[in-house]
Structure formats: C-alpha cells, structure tokens
Write a protein that binds this ligand. Structure first.
Ligand SMILES: Nc1ncnc2c1ncn2[C@@H]1O[C@H](COP(=O)(O)OP(=O)(O)OP(=O)(O)O)[C@@H](O)[C@H]1O
Length: 239
C-alpha cells in the first residue's frame, strides 16, 4: 500500500523555486531518509507531505487520498493518522513531562497507557520535570513519546538526532525502529547524518537542485559500488 505518493511536486517561495519536480513514494513499513545540502528543500518537502504547507504544482497523495481534494474535516482526520516530530518549541514551556503526555493522550483520544510509555521511554526520572528544563536529547525523546501516543500510521521526523550524543542517538533510533517493526508504521525523516541513513533507512531520497535526483533503496546504492552512503552523497552533491 502506498502511504505517500508524490509526482512532479513543485514549490516556490516567491522567486525562489525550491522544489522543481520531486517524485517519491513511501510504502507501508518503510523507513526513508531524505537527504540533501542545507537549503535543498528537505523540510519544505516534509511539511508538504505532512499537509502543513501548500504546494504549487504536481500531486501529493497521503494514505491514498490526494491532499488537494480534501475538505478541512478530511484533512483533520488524515492528520490524526500522522505523527510529526519537529524541533521542540516554546509551546511546551510550562508543562511537566507527565502533564504533556496526559494532554496529548486526551488530544489524540489515545488508548495508549501513559505509564507504559513512561516505562518504555525510561522517563520515570523526568516525569515531574518541566519540558523546557530537559536537555535537548531528552526533549527529542519526550517528543517522540508524544508522537507515539497517537499510534500513527506514519511518523515524520525533521532532523531527529541533530545535536544528540551517541547514546541518545542510539536510543532514539531504537524507539524508531521498534515502532516500525511493531506496528508496520512508515517513517520519513531528514538527516545530515549519512551513517544513520546507511544503518537504518530502507530507501534514500536525495533532493538536489530542486529535483529528486536519486530515489533508491539504500542497499541498491551500496550494491552499485559506493563504499558508503556518505561516499554516495559526496559524489552526487557538489559542495
Ligand atoms: N517560509 C519560508 N519562506 C520563504 N523561504 C523559505 C521558507 N521556508 C524555507 N524557505 C527557503 O526555502 C529553501 C529550502 O529551505 P528548507 O528549510 O526546506 O531546506 P532544508 O533542505 O530543510 O535545509 P536545512 O538542511 O538547512 O535544514 C531555503 O532557501 C529557505 O531559505
């Protein structure tokens, strides 16, 4: 089943034509890394797929529905099936971790047991801590825990491991891959860390000069002779 299907997607900000023809599909259960240099349009692409940003041309289907044809109510229903982890915002400032989990459980009308989430994510020592007092790594882990409350069909993460130390990074990836295996949920993420792409992603979308220059299985890229995904990236993208 196609979870996302994008054809010839174009998006400009004024005169800045950022996306000039992106083709992409995500199937159920895939983990896909979106890569490209700073300013390539990765976040723009993710925001369009998560139905937050309008686009100029092309088609974008999410969960087998073309986004542009949906009513406001249908969009709300679609968004309930998608979980998004962006960079943590000030929005959470005045709430403790356990309060945040309760708030989002109510918001998502989730049946997930909060105590299980707290145990699974090793959040016991932090449950009464204010979100904005946590380190960047624990903010990311809490954000992921919140995302899982909605039991999403698709998880979208914008640079989830940026700034995390190696242990936190491993922990975050353990949760992501566990979610993927347990539920068959699809994961789409952006990252500048090519080792993570090589280790964890089934497929790679390289956005370069506004187009989907490469959209391929990670294994295929390595079978094609690149010694690593880092080597592939450096060969394909000029500095
Ligand atoms: N809301 C906006 N209004 C105008 N221009 C924008 C807006 N958002 C992004 N841009 C521009 O679009 C281009 C692509 O930005 P985007 O954040 O999508 O790239 P990115 O690949 O995610 O970059 P990075 O790796 O640095 O996070 C950049 O030139 C950026 O300045």
């Amino acid at each position: 089943m196609n979870i996302v299907q994008v054809k010839q997607l174009k998006k400009a900000y004024g005169a800045n034509q950022v996306l000039q023809g992106i083709d992409f599909t995500a199937q159920a259960g895939e983990i896909i890394g979106v890569i490209g240099k700073n300013g390539a349009g990765k976040s723009t692409f993710l925001e369009i797929v998560m139905t937050l940003k309008p686009y100029d041309e092309g088609t974008v289907s999410v969960l087998n529905q073309e986004v542009r044809t949906l009513s406001a109510q249908q969009l709300v229903e679609m968004r309930m099936q998608i979980a998004v982890v962006l960079q943590p915002t000030q929005f959470y400032k005045s709430l403790k971790v356990v309060e945040l989990l309760k708030l989002f459980k109510a918001y998502y009308q989730s049946t997930v047991n909060i105590e299980k989430i707290i145990t699974d994510f090793k959040l016991q020592p932090y449950r009464k801590k204010y979100f904005d007092k946590l380190s960047g790594g624990w903010k990311q882990i809490v954000s992921l825990a919140i995302a899982f409350l909605s039991e999403p069909k698709m998880l979208i993460l914008d640079e989830p491991t940026t700034g995390l130390d190696p242990h936190m990074r491993n922990m975050l990836w353990m949760y992501i891959t566990d979610y993927n295996k347990r539920t068959g949920g699809t994961v789409i993420l952006t990252t500048h860390n090519m080792d993570e792409v090589e280790l964890y992603c089934d497929k790679v979308l390289l956005i370069n000069n506004g187009v989907s220059e490469v959209f391929s299985k990670t294994k295929q890229i390595l079978d094609d002779g690149y010694s690593s995904i880092n080597d592939f990236y450096l060969s394909k993208v000029s500095g």
